[in-house]
Ligand binder design. Structure first.
Ligand code: 2AM
Ligand code: CA
Ligand code: CA
Ligand code: CA
Length: 264
């Protein structure tokens, strides 16, 4: 498989940040950790990986803008291009020694998502996608799962810790979807949830209260694997609402319907 120059830059960057995360994963007990909000931890590992990504991408594509989880927005001279970066998606897993975490890098051109790379260094799984060029896991072309019935489907979700007593809506959704599927999975990394949908490992995924950096690369991945990704109303306001629903065409449609049910 021949990778484009753009994907190569993103892959080299993600791998370099991945080596940094792998080193830190080997000695998580020594990392300094702080709390940004309820259940939202950040460690030196997140910050180091983000610095590597920022430096590498700035050098390879001078002037591009950035939106990063830890560093926020950086306006470049080139307002047409923006990197959307989560240096460590799944920090809670990482800090607990659970090898389910990833680096997520996406590129927006004139407001359109055009490329995504998601890398889980602990499993050495590299997901790449470029608009119009398909999605890949390492060298293998990806395709969303073919299951069409929600009752056969394994569906991923996430339940953010928003503080005591603030889980009501997520629990109602969970109850509505759970009864209609073959199983629910909760990986703890939205980027990997979307990558798994692209790979056909999970049939669908939904989550509320996500940020652009959690989803950007995953959205490209699922679409390039033939899947559908929208907000909860079936529209394109995913970043604006922070709500995402993904799957193949049939599962995506069924999920939207189930999530719209009474009691929510
Ligand atoms: P993070 O590890 O980069 O913070 C898990 O469901 C997803 O939600 C992950 O992508 C995780 O990203 C994100 N997340 C973790 N804590 C969160 C919180 N308190 N609010 C919203 N999202 C959160
Ligand atoms: Ca975080
Ligand atoms: Ca994240
Ligand atoms: Ca993060």
């Amino acid at each position: 498989m021949a990778r484009s120059a753009l994907i190569n830059v993103m892959v080299q960057t993600a791998m370099k940040a991945g080596r940094s995360l792998s080193r830190d994963f080997g000695e998580v007990q020594n990392l300094q950790v702080s709390l940004k909000g309820p259940g939202d931890y950040v460690s030196q590992a997140d910050r180091k990986a983000e610095e590597i990504i920022y430096n590498e991408l700035s050098r390879a594509r001078p002037g591009y803008s950035f939106l990063m989880e830890e560093g926020g927005s950086v306006e470049g001279d080139d307002p047409q291009h923006r990197w959307i970066v989560d240096p460590l998606d799944g920090t809670t897993n990482f800090l607990h020694g659970i090898p389910v975490f990833a680096i997520s890098i996406a590129l927006e051109r004139q407001g359109q998502l055009v490329a995504g790379v998601i890398y889980n260094p602990a499993m050495d799984e590299l997901y790449t996608a470029e608009r119009g060029g398909g999605a890949f896991l390492n060298d293998r072309r990806l395709r969303v799962a073919a299951r069409s019935k929600l009752s056969d489907a394994v569906i991923g979700t996430g339940i953010p810790h928003l503080g005591r007593g603030h889980h009501g809506n997520a629990l109602l959704d969970l109850r509505n979807v759970m009864g209609e599927t073959a199983g629910i999975r909760r990986l703890g990394s939205a980027a990997l949830d979307l990558a798994y949908v692209a790979a056909g490992r999970m049939d669908g995924f939904w989550e509320d209260t996500l940020a652009p950096w959690d989803m950007a690369a995953g959205i490209v991945m699922v679409r390039e694997a033939g899947g559908f990704v929208t907000d909860r109303d079936g529209g394109g306001k995913i970043f604006e609402t922070g709500k995402v629903v993904a799957g193949n065409e049939a599962i995506h449609r069924s999920l939207l319907k189930t999530l719209a049910k009474q009691g929510r």
